[in-house]
Design a protein around this ligand. Sequence first.
Ligand SMILES: [Zn+2]
Length: 107
Amino acid sequence: MAAKGDTLNIELFQEVITENGGWWSPCSGCHESNEGVPTGEYSAAMQCHRGFGCRECGGLGAVWTEWTAFDEAYHNALKEGRTEQQALDAGSATLIHQYKPHPTTHD
Ligand SMILES: [Zn+2]
């Protein structure tokens, strides 16, 4: 039996997740965690926990997040054992690089 609230097209959602390099995150507007443990229902389609729905997420209970250069640098830094702050700095560095008005190097 399908879980309540999971009447979404699971295959389509997972295709988008795989192809677009992004992920769903629990909506900060309507999903709460209790000491770091998500309280919302887990959605197999979105591969994340969902809130009860609000204006912020359009009632989905989760928000789509694109995988960016920032995220890649951030997560790589954490994997290398760096601190949260260092990881954020690493992510920010990619943004500065990305929006440099006159790039002198090409990569
Ligand atoms: Zn919401």
